[in-house]
Structures are given as C-alpha cells and as structure tokens.
Design a protein around this ligand. Structure first.
Ligand code: PMP
Length: 358
C-alpha cells in the first residue's frame, strides 16, 4: 500500500462512499436551476458597490462590519425582543453549525421529505441519525406521520423549510404550530424563500422560544456573496454562536450585504416582479398539455411531466438549464424544478419546454 492509500484509509468510510454535492455547469445556458435572482443591480449601483468594496481594509480580519451587518439584518427581519442573531457563510454553514450543536450519541434530526438535501447530508456527517417523514402526494405535511415520528424518535432538531424546496409550497401553519408544540427540541423554520412567500415564521418564534428562524440573502439577490442568518432566543443562539468560526463572513461579504440592505427597496421590487412572473409562468404551465405544475410560494415552480429525464435533456439541448429532481424522492417521480427568471428567460424556458415535450 502506498502512502496515499494509507492517508486515504484514515478518512471516514462514509465520506469516501458518497459523492460531492453536484453543481451543474451552466455555461452558455439560460440558467434556471438553483433559484437565483436573475436581476443584477443597475450599472450605477454596481459601480457604487465597487467603490465601497474598493475601500474595504482587507488586511484586517472581519469584525466591525460583520457586527454592523448582523445588526442591519436583525432590523431588516424585525428580530423580536429577547432574541439574538448569528451569521453564516450562507445558510448551508448554519445548517452545519446546527448539526454540530445537537451532535451527541443517539441524537436525531428530523425533517419532512422531500426537502432541502443539506439537512440530511449535514446530519449524517455529524454522525447523527436522520429521520425523513414523507409528505403527502400533494406535498402538504403529513401531520399525523410527523407527530408519530416525533413521539417515536424524540428529535433534538427538526427542520421545516417554509416554503419548501424543491416543492415550492408553504405548509399549513396550524400543522406547523402543532409540530412545534410536540417537538422536544429545536425547530428551525428555514425561510430561504421568504422574499417570495405570503407568510413567515417570526410570529411563531415570538410565541415559542424553541423556534429558530433561518434566512439567507442568496434568494434575495446575493447568492454569490454567501450570507445566511439565524434568529432565535438569545440563550439558544448564543450557544450556536460558540461553534461559528469567528471570521466566517468576510469583510467583502459584510460590505456587500450592508450595501444591499441600504438598497432593500430595489430587491423588494425585484422580488415583487419575480412573484408576478411566477404566477404568469404557473398559468402558462397549466395551459400546457402533459405538464402538471404545483402551486408555489418560492421563486421556483415544480412541474411533473411524462418523462422528466428526456424533457430535461431536450431543454438543455435547446439552451435552457433547469433541474431534474426526479431521483431525489419517489414523490418527485418525473418532476422538474424550474427557477423563475426574467420575462425573456421564462419565455425561452416555456418555448423550450413546449418543444421538448413532443
Ligand atoms: N435552505 C433552503 C430551503 C434552500 O433551498 C437553500 C439553497 N437552495 C438553502 C437553505 C441554502 O442557501 P444558502 O447556503 O445559499 O444560504
């Protein structure tokens, strides 16, 4: 055995047996695969941001500006009294910190399935048991199954994506309340798609201290910047804060995040446009024979077709990249997830889809 093999054998077997999180290449394609906001800032604002970033002292570790960003995000989100906020390098990192925070022998993480894949991946990498509870066929929460699984497994941590990815729907608030009441541990409401939804979980957090609200600036319009945040009872968040690498959010991220919040009305207008486009795309999909779209409160629409693999490849050949989520879960058989883009991108998507169905 050579030295490299010896080193590889020191790594975890479960790590070596898995594949890295796949990121599709989108070069030259209309990119409607990962729920990015398609709009950029105006040239004037982009230039102003460039000047702001150019003045940042990158020789220093981040401190003041990340604190400023945390305060600005708390104000933006309407953080309730008695709560605290912590920042992640995207909410992906916060999911990792949450797994670390509950990681001890026998601890269980629970989430409905299908939902955001990182909950399960992160739990498994922390040596936690993950329990997935299938949704109903219409992607609504199976409340009875959730309550039974909570009683059986006593999860330390429950994730509820609100709205859910990849299904796009926002689960019944009454069911969520009852799940929170039954939960013996933390309940994270993952509000990545909050800018596009009608409801949010801040009231639930105010009512119950085991609830944490997790949000991200990614879908807001800063996916490339990587800023996620977690708000909850100060006593809980301060414990999670201990696990946060002290300089996880760079000064450039912090400056860009602050700039975006200073121009929050620009992003609010973009979210409004995307919500209107979502309804237009949904209606157009409904009118297409052989396509079954599902209602969405996110910046994406899930749609079932006869042969998702074939339709996905045919659309890609026509220059449009979406995501085939069929293999994620049996409930998603032949389902495609389509991110809402600009009106032109959506028109290109609908034309490509029409041609790809025949
Ligand atoms: N939560 C949900 C529900 C998501 O869909 C995503 C990204 N697709 C994330 C969290 C992670 O977002 P980010 O790391 O970009 O903040």
């Amino acid at each position: 055995m050579d030295e490299l093999d010896t080193a590889l054998n020191c790594l975890r077997e479960d790590l070596r047996a898995t594949k890295a999180y796949p990121v599709q290449s989108a070069a030259g394609l209309v990119k409607l695969d990962v729920m990015e906001n398609p709009y950029r800032l105006s040239e004037a604002l982009q230039a102003e941001l460039g000047r702001r970033l150019g003045a940042v002292a990158i020789n220093r570790y981040p401190a003041e500006r990340t604190r400023d960003l945390a305060a600005a995000l708390a104000a933006h989100a309407g953080m309730p009294a008695g709560c605290a906020i912590t920042l992640g390098n995207g909410s992906d990192e916060l999911i990792g910190l949450l797994s670390m925070a509950v990681s001890r022998p026998g601890a269980v993480v629970l989430a409905p399935l299908p939902s955001f894949v990182m909950y399960e991946i992160s739990a498994r990498y922390q040596g936690l048991k993950f329990v997935g509870v299938p949704l109903h066929a219409d992607f609504e929460l199976d409340e009875a199954a959730m309550l039974a699984a909570i009683a059986e497994h006593r999860p330390a941590l429950i994730y509820l994506a609100y709205p859910n990815n990849p299904t796009g729907n926002q689960w019944d608030e009454g069911a969520i309340r009852r799940i929170i009441a039954a939960a013996p541990g933390l309940v994270v409401l993952d509000e990545a798609y909050q800018p596009f939804a009608q409801r949010d979980g801040m009231a639930l957090l105010r009512e119950c201290p085991k609830v944490l609200v997790m949000r991200t600036m990614s879908k807001f319009g800063l996916a490339g910047v990587r800023i996620g945040y977690l708000i909850g009872a100060a006593a809980l968040v301060n414990e999670i804060e201990k696990l946060r690498p002290p300089f996880n959010v760079s000064v450039l991220n912090a400056e860009a995040g602050l700039f975006a919040l200073e121009h929050a009305e620009v992003y609010a207008e973009q979210a409004r446009a995307l919500r209107a486009e979502r309804e237009r795309v949904l209606a157009a999909l409904q009118a297409l024979p052989g396509v079954q779209p599902f209602p969405s409160q996110g910046n994406m629409v899930l749609a079932r077709v006869a042969d998702a693999a074939k339709t996905f490849e045919a659309m890609k050949a026509r220059g449009v990249l979406i995501k085939n989520v069929s293999a994620m879960h049996p409930l998603l058989a032949n389902c495609l997830r389509i991110t809402i883009g600009t009106p032109d991108e959506n028109a290109a998507m609908l034309a490509a889809l029409k041609e790809s169905l025949s």
